[in-house]
Design a binder for this molecule. Structure first.
Ligand SMILES: CC(C)(COP(=O)(O)OP(=O)(O)OC[C@H]1O[C@@H](n2cnc3c(N)ncnc32)[C@H](O)[C@@H]1OP(=O)(O)O)[C@@H](O)C(=O)NCCC(=O)NCCS
Length: 199
């Protein structure tokens, strides 16, 4: 039997943090980049599993969970919920000033203490957002499309009219995938861009 997609189950948090790390350097393995292997997951996975587990889907094969998509229907509401229910505990676990200034770990810990907010023009038009990461063994086989389309159904079920995401300009493969999946660029930063599409 080939890989299948299904709902995330409590207890799989560690596996998803690991996938986040293994794909966290513009789609490539980031495990040699960070001293602390959990930081990326604490920012890009943990809050979604904690606050929006119904919109967490995984791809699984015989060897285990090998990919995920995570989403929220209302980015502003999610940012506020994170301030109440996620960041306080994470901030006390990861104090500032532990890692060398401006090192990769230091930059992530500063994000935890001062998380960036999605820009107003983006959240007004594209209130939902998502993250998707597949380990190499699941890539290029149609599972990215399957996971995104399943997430889109979930987001529609929560009434979201449109969805956005952030992607680094160094990750050209992902940009090509998102274009193919109907996303266009709606906001540019120095090293990244926001892409969005209607639901
Ligand atoms: C980017 C990623 C999610 C794409 O998922 P995937 O399973 O490899 O993509 P799929 O095989 O489902 O491809 C879906 C469609 O996009 C197309 N596609 C994929 N990559 C493409 C690219 N770089 N350029 C153009 N089209 C592309 C496929 O041909 C396919 O087209 P079709 O369904 O119309 O025939 C996956 O490769 C991944 O997780 N990479 C590492 C982590 C990462 O970069 N995450 C994104 C961080 S912002």
């Amino acid at each position: 039997m080939g890989p299948r997609i299904r709902a995330f189950r409590p207890g799989e948090e560690r596996a998803l943090y690991e996938i986040c790390l293994r794909t966290g350097a513009s789609g490539e393995d980031a495990s040699t980049m960070y001293r602390d292997p959990n930081l990326l997951g604490e920012i890009y996975v943990g809050p979604y599993l904690h606050l929006a587990p119904a919109l967490a889907l995984v791809g699984e094969d015989e060897a285990g969970v090998a990919g995920y998509v995570l989403g929220v229907p209302d980015t502003r509401a999610f940012e506020q919920a994170c301030e109440r229910e996620w960041w306080p505990a994470i901030r006390s676990r990861y104090p500032l000033g532990v890692h060398p200034p401006n090192s990769p770990d230091d930059r992530l810990i500063r994000m935890i203490h001062d998380p960036p907010e999605a820009s107003a023009d983006v959240v007004e038009r594209y209130p939902a957002h998502l993250h998707i990461d597949l380990l190499p063994r699941l890539q290029g086989r149609g599972y990215g499309r399957l996971l995104l389309e399943a997430l889109f159904d979930g987001l529609r079920g929560f009434g979201a009219p449109a969805v956005h995401l952030g992607v680094g300009l160094a990750n050209q493969r992902a940009i090509g995938f998102y274009e193919r999946m109907g996303f266009t660029v709606v906001h540019r930063y120095a090293d990244s861009q926001v892409m969005a599409r209607p639901l």
